[in-house]
Write a protein that binds this ligand. Structure first.
Ligand code: SIN
Length: 501
């Protein structure tokens, strides 16, 4: 097996990095590794779409300003400018790869509106944009003989030697084996970390793997406490990732109301339901905190008949499964973790502080989002950075002799001796309290985490571990990083740092 460029993660960032690169340099052997088959990536569940200026009434300046405002001006203005001006170009790339979008009969794009946007500029495919993009890009990927897929294989750690990334160490549970795969360059495209919270819009396996791996390797990270919560997640007890009620519903005029039927967001927010997510979450939380037995609701009952099933089929079937009819019933909502704005620090080509390591997509902290991402800015970010990384690598990559790609393997013993990682449940709840209620949480001590990490580390070193252990190790690694921030008092008001504008 040979790998010259190894990409970890088969979401939109990983797959498009591979495609962009191979279109420039078909001579490079690329390996794409995923711990599942990629169909549980955040891309797959994205309902909204891609924000991009598409009409003459709109302007790049406006998209730029909206992005900065949503991010409380903690964004990197240069990066914001680049991403918003190149958004139409990467959407065109997707179109040329066969992705279709909602259009009017005359062929014009049917653009959606979402919170924080001054214009309708969301290019979308019903409320299933992510799934359609994922399927189309995944099928394109199969056309390239030089892209090798390895699925159901979890990257345990980076292989770092002489201050450089030399490859990855991969765990294959089915084979009870660990492989060290050398590679000239590694791109982390592992997505976010929403599973550090008890409620999230992402799949359960969104365990911050890439970030944890980078933290262990001493790679520079940034804005770690800036996690975005999504305000409208159907509150039906379960924490299933598919409970998201897309923000596009509010763009189509859905209301958020309290028990009395009042659109309470307008009490504090002039843009009401079309305010940015952080502000909407905060107002919802404040409202329901007044009475612990109360709920906030999304109200779509005034939509013209048939709109839900026609324009929001995914949401409609979610409601049906919960025995709710959005044309007649109020939809109870509660915020849930949605997106990590911080992550591994990169430059505009995805380069990290560790030579030969790149990071692209949600795992990266590019500076685009500030402390709160503007709706539908994530897929365009992933695409622009995947394209930039591919262009940089296409120029830099030099062929080396084949024997630099020797694989190394060892057997892994996975006895069931570790028990349930209950420490994780405790941390999840504490962090949720901290983010949502802004109350001082009952955190365990840093020492407690470090003691547990040390045990796990020793065990991994000796080749005695399992997928559960790797997941716990990654989550604890991130809790440790967040707790260090907390100890340094860097995160007093997070995630709503309004005073810092
Ligand atoms: C949504 O559809 O509300 C989510 C889209 C996004 O996170 O940008």
């Amino acid at each position: 097996m040979t790998s010259e460029i190894l990409i970890v993660g088969k979401g939109i960032a990983g797959m498009t990095s591979a495609i962009y690169l191979t279109e420039l340099r078909p001579d490079i052997q690329i390996t794409l590794i995923d711990k599942s088959d990629g169909s549980s990536s955040a891309t797959f569940f994205a309902q909204g779409g891609l924000a991009a200026v598409q009409s003459t009434l709109d302007s790049f300046d406006s998209h730029y300003r909206d992005t900065l405002e949503a991010g409380h001006f903690l964004n990197d203005p240069k990066i914001v400018r680049e991403v918003v001006t190149r958004a139409p170009e990467v959407i065109q790339d997707l179109s040329s790869w066969g992705v279709s979008w909602d259009r009017f009969e005359d062929g014009r794009l049917n653009l959606g509106l979402e919170g924080g946007h001054s214009f309708s500029r969301i290019v979308h495919h019903g409320d299933q944009s992510g799934k359609i993009i994922h399927q189309q890009v995944a099928s394109k990927l199969r056309n390239y003989p030089n892209i090798q897929l390895i699925e159901h294989s979890a990257v345990r750690d980076l292989w770092v030697e002489e201050g450089e990334c030399k490859g990855v160490i991969v765990y294959q549970e089915d084979l009870s084996q660990e492989m060290t795969i050398p590679s000239q360059t590694v791109i982390l495209a592992t997505g976010g970390l929403s599973s550090i919270f008890p409620r999230s819009t992402n799949a359960q396996n969104s365990t911050g793997d890439g970030l944890a791996i980078a933290l262990r390797a001493g790679v520079k990270t940034g804005d770690l406490p800036w996690v975005q919560f999504h305000p409208t997640v159907l509150n039906i007890g379960s924490t299933d990732h598919s409970n998201l009620l897309t923000e596009a519903l509010r763009g189509a005029d859905a209301y958020i109301i309290n028990e009395k039927g009042s659109r309470f967001l307008f009490d504090s927010l002039s843009k009401g339901e079309l305010s940015t997510r952080d502000l909407v979450c905060e107002a919802i939380w404040r409202e329901i905190a007044k009475d612990p037995n109360s709920n906030a609701y999304l109200d779509c009952r005034h939509f013209p008949k048939g709109t839900m099933i026609r324009s929001f089929p995914q949401v409609y079937s979610l409601c049906q499964r919960a025995n709710l009819d959005p044309e007649k019933d109020l939809l109870p909502i509660l915020p849930a973790a949605h997106y990590h704005c911080g992550g591994i620090s990169t430059d505009r080509t995805g380069k990290t502080s560790l030579p030969r390591l790149y990071a692209v997509g949600e795992v990266a902290r590019t500076g685009l989002h500030g402390c709160n991402r503007l709706a539908s800015n994530s897929i365009i970010e992933a695409l622009v950075f995947a394209k930039n990384a591919a262009a940089a690598l296409a120029l830099e990559h030099r062929k080396e002799s084949a024997n630099s790609y020797q694989l190394d393997t060892r057997k892994i013993y996975s006895p069931d001796i570790f028990g349930q990682p209950s420490v994780i449940d405790f941390w999840k709840e504490s962090l949720f309290e901290y983010f949502m209620k802004k109350s001082k949480p009952e955190f365990g001590s840093l020492q407690e985490i470090r003691d547990r990490l040390q045990i796990l580390e020793l065990s991994v070193e000796r080749g005695i571990y399992s997928t559960t252990i790797l997941k716990e190790r990654n989550l604890l690694q991130i809790y440790e990083a967040l707790l260090i921030f907390n100890k340094n008092e860097c995160v007093h008001d997070f995630p709503y740092q309004k005073n810092r504008i």
